[in-house]
Design a protein around this ligand. Structure first.
Ligand SMILES: Nc1ncnc2c1ncn2[C@@H]1O[C@H](COP(=O)(O)OP(=O)(O)OP(=O)(O)O)[C@@H](O)[C@H]1O
Length: 377
C-alpha cells in the first residue's frame, strides 16, 4: 500500500495543509521541535492504534496558547492505495474521542480503521525492545501476531484472564488450604491456552528469523550476523511441538513449580514469562551490542515484521522511521535511504548532511509546523 495524500487540520503544531509523498523514500527533515514526529504520528494514527508516543487523543488537537489547553477538534485526511484501488479515510478527534469516515462511509469509532491502513513504526522508544527486560519483547511478538492473526488477541486475553484467576486462587489457598483440590482445574485450562500461545509465538519467530537475518545483513553490509530464537519460560517446550505435547509440557512445568507458586502466590512459569534471544555473532545484543548495533537490531526486527506482514496480507505496510539515523554510520544510513525497495518509507532526521545521502525519493523540510516539499537536485 502507499499514501497518496495526507492533509492535517488543527493537529499538534502542524500548520493546516496537505502533503503528496512519493511511493519510495520520503525524508522529512528539520531542526528539533519543528513538527517532524507530529507528521509521522498523524500517519500512524490511521492504523487505528493509539499514538506511538503514548499521548491521549485529547492532547492531539492544537494547543490554545492563550488558555494553555488543547483545542477541542482536529482532523486528518488520507488518500491511499490499497487492495488494488484508491481509497480515502478521515479521522476526526473531538473532545478526546475519535470517529472516522472510510471511503465516504461514517463510522462511530476510530478503531474501524484497523486493518485498512497498515504500517510499522520505529521510534527511539523502540530501542527499549532490546535494552529492557522480556516484557517489551513479548509486547513486540504479541503486537505483530495480533496484526497477522485476528484470533490471537482473543486467545491472549483469555489466557491472561485465566492466569489472574489461577493467581487469585493461589493466594486464597494460603488462607483456605482445602481449595488446593481445585487448582488442577486451572492448571488444565492454563496449559491448554498457554500451549496455543507458545505455538503461535514459536511459529512466528521461526518465520521472522530468516527475514531479520536478511535485513540485518543488508544494514551491516554482512559485517555481523544476527540470530533470534524463542526462549520459552516452559523449559521442556521445544520447537514444533504438537499442541497436545505443548500442553503436556506446560502441565508438567506447573506441577514442578506448584510448591513455589503456592509460596509466592503467583504462577512462576508460562508464556507470561516468555522471551526471545537476540544474538550478534553469537553474543547477546542486549549485553554486548554497541548503540549502533542495537539500533540496527531493532530496525531489522521492525523491517522484518513489515516483510512478514506483507507476505501474510498481500499488502506492503508503510514504514515510519522516526529519528533513526543518529548513531548509525554512513553505510547504514545509506542502506535505509537507498536500499529499502518496494515499500513507501517516511523517515525523519535533523541533519542536512544526512538528507544529501538520498539518491531517489522526495524530501520535505519542516519548519515551525510548516511542511515544504523540496526538489531533488
Ligand atoms: N497539541 C499540540 N499543539 C501544539 N503544539 C504541540 C502539540 N503537541 C506537541 N506540540 C509541539 O510540537 C513541536 C514539535 O514536536 P515534534 O515532536 O514533532 O518535534 P520534532 O520535529 O520531531 O523534533 P525532534 O527532532 O526534537 O524530535 C514541539 O515543540 C511540541 O511541543
Amino acid at each position: 500500500m502507499h499514501v497518496i495524500r495526507l492533509a492535517t487540520q488543527n493537529f499538534r503544531n502542524l500548520e493546516d495543509g496537505e502533503l503528496f509523498p512519493c511511493k519510495g523514500v520520503n525524508v522529512i527533515y528539520g531542526g528539533n521541535a519543528q513538527g517532524k514526529t507530529n507528521l509521522l504520528e498523524s500517519l500512524w494514527l490511521f492504523t487505528g492504534g493509539h499514538s506511538f508516543r503514548g499521548a491521549k487523543d485529547a492532547e492531539l488537537p492544537k494547543l490554545d496558547v492563550q488558555k494553555g489547553t488543547n483545542t477541542s477538534k482536529a482532523s486528518l485526511a488520507l488518500d491511499f492505495h490499497s487492495e488494488e484501488r484508491d481509497q480515502s479515510a478521515v479521522l476526526n478527534f473531538e473532545n478526546g474521542r475519535r470517529n472516522s469516515v472510510i471511503n465516504g462511509v461514517k463510522k462511530k469509532t476510530g478503531s474501524a480503521l484497523i486493518g485498512k491502513v497498515c504500517a510499522v513504526i520505529f521510534s527511539p522508544e523502540h530501542l527499549l525492545l532490546i535494552k529492557e527486560g522480556p516484557a517489551r519483547r513479548r509486547g513486540f511478538l504479541d503486537g505483530a501476531l495480533c496484526q497477522m492473526k485476528p484470533g490471537y488477541a482473543g486467545l491472549l486475553s483469555v489466557y491472561n484472564r485465566s492466569l489472574l484467576q489461577r493467581n487469585a486462587l493461589l493466594k486464597d489457598i494460603s488462607r483456605y488450604p482445602e481449595l488446593e483440590d481445585t487448582l488442577s482445574v486451572w492448571d488444565l485450562r492454563l496449559a491448554k491456552l498457554g500451549a496455543e500461545v507458545m505455538r503461535e509465538r514459536g511459529k512466528y519467530l521461526e518465520r521472522l528469523a530468516p527475514k531479520v537475518h536478511g535485513v540485518y545483513a543488508g544494514i551491516s553490509k554482512n559485517h555481523e550476523e544476527i540470530q533470534i530464537s524463542y526462549s520459552p519460560s516452559v523449559k521442556n517446550y521445544v520447537e514444533n511441538l504438537s499442541l497436545p505435547d505443548a500442553e503436556q509440557a506446560f502441565l508438567e512445568e506447573l506441577a514442578r513449580t506448584r510448591n513455589t507458586d503456592l509460596r509466592s502466590g503467583f504462577t512462576n512459569s508460562g508464556p507470561h514469562r516468555d522471551d526471545f534471544e537476540i544474538m550478534l555473532d553469537g553474543f547477546s545484543a542486549r549485553v554486548y551490542g554497541s548503540q549502533g548495533q542495537q539500533r540496527s537490531t531493532v530496525l531489522a526486527l521492525k523491517l522484518a515484521e513489515a516483510e512478514l506482514l506483507s507476505d501474510f496480507t498481500g499488502e506492503t505496510p508503510i514504514v515510519l522511521l522516526d529519528d533513526v539515523m543518529s548513531e548509525l554510520d554512513q553505510s547504514r544510513q545509506d542502506y535505509l535511504m537507498n536500499h529499502l525497495h518496494g515499500r513507501q518509507v517516511f523517515l525523519t532526521c535533523c541533519s542536512p548532511e544526512t538528507v544529501e545521502l538520498l539518491k531517489t525519493g522526495m524530501r520535505f523540510r519542516v519548519e515551525a509546523g510548516k511542511v515544504f516539499p523540496e526538489n531533488m537536485e
